[in-house]
Design a protein around this ligand. Sequence first.
Ligand SMILES: *Cc1c(COP(=O)(O)O)cnc(C)c1O
Length: 456
Amino acid sequence: MANKEIPYKIYLEESELPRQWYNVRADMKNKPAPLLNPKTLQPCTLEELSEVFCTELARQELDDTTPYIDIPDEIIDFYKMYRPAPLTRAYCLEKALGTPAKIYYKFEGNNTSGSHKLNSAIAQAYYAKKQGLKGVTTETGAGQWGTALSMACAYLGLDCKVFMVKCSYEQKPFRREVMRTYGANVTPSPSMLTEVGRKINEQFPGTNGSLGCAISEAVEAASNMEGYRYVLGSVLSQVLLHQTVIGLEAQAAFRKYNEKPDIIIGCAGGGSNLGGLISPFMGEKLRGEADYEFIAVEPSSCPSLTRGIYAYDYCDTGAVCPLQKMYTLGSTFMPASSHAGGLRYHGMSSVLSQLYDDGLMTARSVKQTEVFEAAQQFARVEGILPAPESSHAIKVAIDEALKCKETGEEKTILFGLTGTGYFDMYAYQKFNDGVMGDYVPTDEEIKEAIDRMPKI
Ligand SMILES: *Cc1c(COP(=O)(O)O)cnc(C)c1O
């Protein structure tokens, strides 16, 4: 049956904003393995997790059974400032590629923080405020998460302390200034403010820092201050849960036109945008109602799903966070500097790791220069300047559309366009000047970090 003519953008009404997040763990037969206390190696209890995270968020982290969780009205009101996000049919890209495939994307970069991270930032800040806390601490790598969190904290009148990986702090001064404009306190990490930071500075003088190290500093800082908790922008199951607004909106938009994707693609750093995009569709698959192909795309410089192992590992350098069973390259793995800073994390969400291990999702790694080629092609025909992270998904969406051109199949492809590239012009400059490189770690480098992992 012919569908109604599909517009370039499928808009949802404000009243169609999802009222509940969807918790895919409730429909998973094999649940993700429990978080372990790094001292006792026993599964973390609610009390233990509540020392690090807000109690309500700790509860969400441990909840493997409730399929739908109400979104508080205050969070919905905040979502209304920038959601629902339209689902866009990439007619211009389809035409440029000459493919019979239908390509759709969900753009999450239409807010000042420039990415999907705001969806979880407001939720985490809200629960902290509701618990009566004074403030939160966090890490930020490329800067998107710190920006999103500082926006959410400003809105709610909560203090926000951000440990920003030192090389980003220096390379991305404008990100830093956005955070400060929203009232956040930004410290380059490793700093001399925490024991962990001082130790790392002593061990590795002149280090540029890493996400794992900034996490340890933020956790320590929160535990030393009365009325503060730590919040994290990806990896955790609570973050995946909040990001399901992306997938739920996409699902609602498709339903309006009686459409359904065959392939769903997203970039994967810690896994939150991909998990949020695919969760509602994965739920249908898990319940046997529909079938979809899911593809996670990671940078070949930090290939946790495609070259890592599935095991318990530390989430941070200082080993202060709970241990998580996940696909990982080892917490001591130091990815080469890459222009997709948001994808430079050694591990992957435990939910996605389990789904991948069960064969319900596939993964691919792609090289930096081919990612920027795809970004450029996309920008020139679709108008949006994409974030380097998001462009990983664009690359594979284009690959799949070109496959359809060869086979003549009219598949429907959906990909997540997680953010804008406005703060990444230094990377685009390198690409435009033809001096961007591709770094792929050797087997020895990966083995070395994996050998250093805890044996649990
Ligand atoms: C942080 C970020 C990512 C990767 O994080 P996930 O948790 O894997 O989603 C992807 N795209 C953008 C624009 C980001 O800021």
